[in-house]
Design a protein around this ligand. Structure first.
Ligand code: AMP
Length: 268
């Protein structure tokens, strides 16, 4: 059985998934945004709804999967509405070693100036960019936080850039969703770094985001880390992609068995 990491994003409207290039390329080659981390975004959406006490269909949520790969998803009433990754996982925010968005004209320019083939440029953008490329030392946030406290300028710059891109996507998706009821942090950095969560939420007070410092810094489990009066609930939810895959597989097996026993058909 295969569970596609893109399937959660199939509900995106054309205004989210189309690129502004000739429409024929979409028709001919299906060049469009597909999005990734769908299994993770789907899982944390369900858990967030449980924490907020009502089904996901009631909420607009912004889910931030921040690990070595990073993606942000705007979830509108239980469905993916927009997401930061694209045709490939290279798009969107700054990641551990991936560049995220950049002006596409940078690519031929780099080829020309550095004498690189296009596959070499792709290798640079996928494996030598992001936190690693900017800092020059590591793609691990733990190293960069430590080094920046010791005065390593490029580590500090890498963290600032990383946080700034996530901050921008939250603002973008607040606009796409006409506001948000909740922001979710998940994956390696999102679950484990109160410092990064705090930096991302700084300057979102105007939009109703008020972190509870105590809840942010303490605890390991699924929890709300915004204050009781914060209009936007901020949540930390350890992701669990395996359980989603297991449930999907179970659902398919059960449906298959029911069908082969003729139960579905007799039930009309
Ligand atoms: P993932 O791709 O979800 O496995 O996340 C991996 C990334 O999580 C690593 O590259 C680290 O940067 C980050 N990470 C893991 N543990 C911590 C932690 N305790 N504090 C900050 N970042 C962490």
């Amino acid at each position: 059985m295969a569970v596609f990491d893109t399937s959660f994003h199939q509900t995106m409207p054309p205004t989210s998934f189309l690129y502004s290039i000739p429409y024929e390329y979409y028709e001919r080659h299906k060049i469009r945004k597909y999005g990734f981390h769908g299994t993770s975004h789907r899982y944390v959406m369900s858990r967030a709804a449980e924490l907020m006490g009502r089904p996901a269909e009631n909420f607009r949520l912004i889910s931030c999967h921040i690990g070595n790969g990073v993606s942000v998803t705007a979830i509108r009433y239980g469905e993916s509405y927009d997401t930061s990754m694209g045709l490939t996982p290279l798009a969107g925010v700054t990641m551990g070693t991936r560049s995220g968005n950049l002006d596409p004209a940078v690519i031929p320019y780099l080829e020309q100036l550095e004498g690189l083939e296009s596959d070499e440029v792709m290798r640079v953008l996928n494996h030598h960019s992001g936190l690693l490329g900017i800092s020059g030392v590591s793609n691990d946030i733990r190293d960069l936080l430590k080094l920046s406290k010791e005065g390593h300028h490029r580590s500090q710059l890498a963290i600032e850039l990383f946080v700034s891109k996530l901050h921008q996507y939250i603002g973008l998706y607040m606009a796409r969703l006409n506001g948000t009821d909740g922001i979710i942090f998940t994956a390696g950095v999102g679950e484990n770094s109160p410092e990064i969560r705090e930096l991302i939420c700084q300057g979102l007070e105007y939009a109703g985001v008020f972190l509870d410092a105590y809840a942010n810094w303490l605890g390991k489990e699924d929890r709300i880390i915004s204050t009781a009066y914060s209009p936007v609930k901020v949540m930390v939810i350890p992701t669990d992609e395996e359980i989603v895959m297991a449930r999907d597989a179970y659902q398919i097996v059960i449906t298959d068995q029911t069908r082969s026993l003729g139960i579905l058909e007799t039930a009309g």
